[in-house]
Design a protein around this ligand. Structure first.
Ligand SMILES: *Cc1c(COP(=O)(O)O)cnc(C)c1O
Length: 379
């Protein structure tokens, strides 16, 4: 089955009992048992809910995994994945991961005794030397947020397999439409479904997929034990969003390419970050492992120009955190999404004050270009 068909017909896509072409929203906590312990596969909705199960089976199909699990947010999914590890375990983390992941690691997980080494995983040579005898996993994002650095998933997974480490990939930016990390050797995939999968800025959700039965059982146990599950209404919304993921990603990418071309030629722009640009350091790897370059674009204004003035001058493109939805969003990582990262760490990662991140939506590109042009006139 091709991807766009899987999005609509994958997992559990309809209701056998009634013929409804959509999965019903099973707004229930518990399930009637015919005799003690005799039930239809559901006992209590933290453990399992039919609407959530439909989404979980869908994301498993989309990522080519054996099991999918849905959480109340991407962060809840991340936390549950890290709960696979115990005090003293060491994990290698990409140097440009989502700000909230960075906060979870530094302010919560370190306190619980997990140890971490931050590595630029886009440089494969930097990965191996960071492995210690306590290392259990490598956690990375590709492309990263907000600099869109690209890591060779196959390369990292190969290094990890030699040392029996688990490779975990946050696939939020690329989505399974463009990139399937499990096929490239990763063991666990994470999504903030609040972004492209939901796609309409109307639901916060997280999805985790694995293609290993042992990890599937451990993660299912942790999902039930920790309890950060996604509710039935939100599960339904994510499934509804996924149906149009292919169409939306095509449109995001087409608009992003036009905006990248415009920004690249603008004299008030110092640098454009987009994996689709031949000049981007990760371009060849992105070309090899993804079927598209996505809708995220970051750029730096020429030194001395105010990112704040620029974003506040936009009228159609909305100033907001988050990304991946139908409407275009803009933000300043240094002041917004990555504001919780200590300044030295942020600058070391290359996130300058003049950096602006655009989540290119699916509006008419002419309107987006006009909005950007007008904002440049205010600088
Ligand atoms: C948003 C995001 C997360 C966190 O997901 P939430 O649903 O906001 O908890 C994790 N990784 C990436 C890349 C994200 O963009």
């Amino acid at each position: 089955m091709k991807m766009k068909t899987t999005f609509i017909h994958g997992g559990i896509s309809h209701d056998e009992a009634t013929g409804s072409v959509n999965v019903p929203i099973h707004q229930t906590t518990t399930y009637k048992q015919d005799k003690v312990g005799v039930h239809k596969g559901f006992e209590y909705s933290r453990t399992g809910n039919p609407t959530r199960l439909a989404l979980e089976k869908l994301i498993a199909d989309m990522e080519n995994g054996v099991r999918g699990l849905a959480f109340g947010s991407g962060s809840a999914g991340t936390h549950t994945i890290f709960s696979l590890f115990s005090k003293g375990d060491h994990i290698i983390v990409g140097d440009d991961v989502y700000g909230g992941t960075y906060r979870l690691i530094n302010k919560v997980l370190k306190r619980l005794g997990l140890t971490f080494t931050v590595v630029d995983t886009s440089n494969l040579d930097a990965v191996k030397p960071a492995i210690t005898e306590n290392t259990r996993a490598i956690f990375l994002e590709t492309p990263t947020n907000p600099l869109l650095k690209v890591t060779d998933i196959e390369g990292v997974a190969k290094i990890a397999k030699e040392k029996n480490l688990i490779t975990i990939v946050d696939n939020t930016f690329a989505t399974p439409y463009h990139q399937r990390p499990l096929d490239l050797g990763a063991d666990i995939v994470l999504h903030s479904a609040s972004k492209y999968l939901g796609g309409h800025s109307d639901v916060v959700a997280g999805l985790v997929v694995t293609n290993r039965e042992d990890l599937a059982d451990e993660l299912s146990f942790l999902q039930n034990a920790i309890g950060g599950i996604l509710g039935p209404q939100d599960s339904w919304l994510v499934q509804r969003g996924i149906k149009t993921l292919g169409l939306r990603m095509d449109a995001h990418e087409s608009n992003a390419k036009k905006i990248v071309e415009f920004l690249s030629q603008h004299d008030k722009v110092e640098k454009v970050y987009y994996p689709g640009l031949a000049s981007h350091p990760g371009h060849l790897t992105a070309k090899k492992q993804t079927s598209g370059f996505g809708g995220m674009v970051s750029f730096e204004l020429t030194e001395g120009l105010s990112a704040k003035t620029f974003v506040e001058s936009l009228s159609l493109i909305t100033l907001a955190e988050s990304l991946g939805a139908v409407e275009s969003l803009v933000e300043i990582p240094a002041l917004m999404t990555h504001g919780s990262i200590p300044v030295e760490d942020r600058l070391k990662s290359g996130i300058k004050d003049e950096l602006i991140r655009l989540s290119v939506g699916i509006e008419d590109s002419e309107d987006l270009l006009e909005d950007l042009s007008k904002a440049f006139l205010n600088l």
